[in-house]
Each structure stands twice: as C-alpha cells, then as structure tokens.
Ligand binder design. Sequence first.
Ligand SMILES: [Zn+2]
Ligand SMILES: [Zn+2]
Length: 111
Amino acid sequence: MPAPTTHLMAIPAALVPHIVLPRLELLSEARTRGAECVWGGERLTIETAIDLGKHTDDGFNWFPRACRRCTKAAVRAARDAHPGRCTECRGPADLCDARCALHDLLLELRR
Ligand SMILES: [Zn+2]
Ligand SMILES: [Zn+2]
C-alpha cells in the first residue's frame, strides 16, 4: 500500500455553505462528480483534489472537488464578501467565527 497522502484536504463542513459554487446545470458531468475542478475544469488527482463537501440540488446529491488554485480564489472571495452580508460581524475589529475560520483556511491553502 502507498503511504497515505498528506495533501488531501477538505473544506470544513461548517464553511462549505460560504463557498459559492458554479450553478449545477452549467457543469459537465466530470465536474459534478469531482473528476475535474468544479471551477476551472482542471483534471484532479487524489493528491491535488480538495473536497468541497456534499451538495444537494433538487434532490440530486453531488460532491464537487477543486484544485488548490481555484479553491484559494473562492475562499478569498468568500472571506472578502462575508462581512458585508453577515449580521454577526460588527466591523473590522470584531469579526465572527465564520469570518475568522475562512481567513485561517485561506492561510492553510497558501502553504
Ligand atoms: Zn481549478
Ligand atoms: Zn461574520
């Protein structure tokens, strides 16, 4: 057996709802089943794929995955857009747990 990979990563379940995905009906079959990056269409391997959690649209369950570069961009966008629509964030000096978690996730993706 090969050694377990240390690169496999998943977006924490609590943060999945913050990440904006492309609309399901616009995606190819390969992207909906996680064979290709849901944003950029890059071919994914077990070493490069980042798990974006389970999503349900009209009763259809799908499990998108993405490459690190696109995930980083999506997490950055989620982090930057967050305080404007969050009722718990009270300004730059008093950000909620979700906002802090998004920031930590972004730092982790930069490694
Ligand atoms: Zn990508
Ligand atoms: Zn917030």
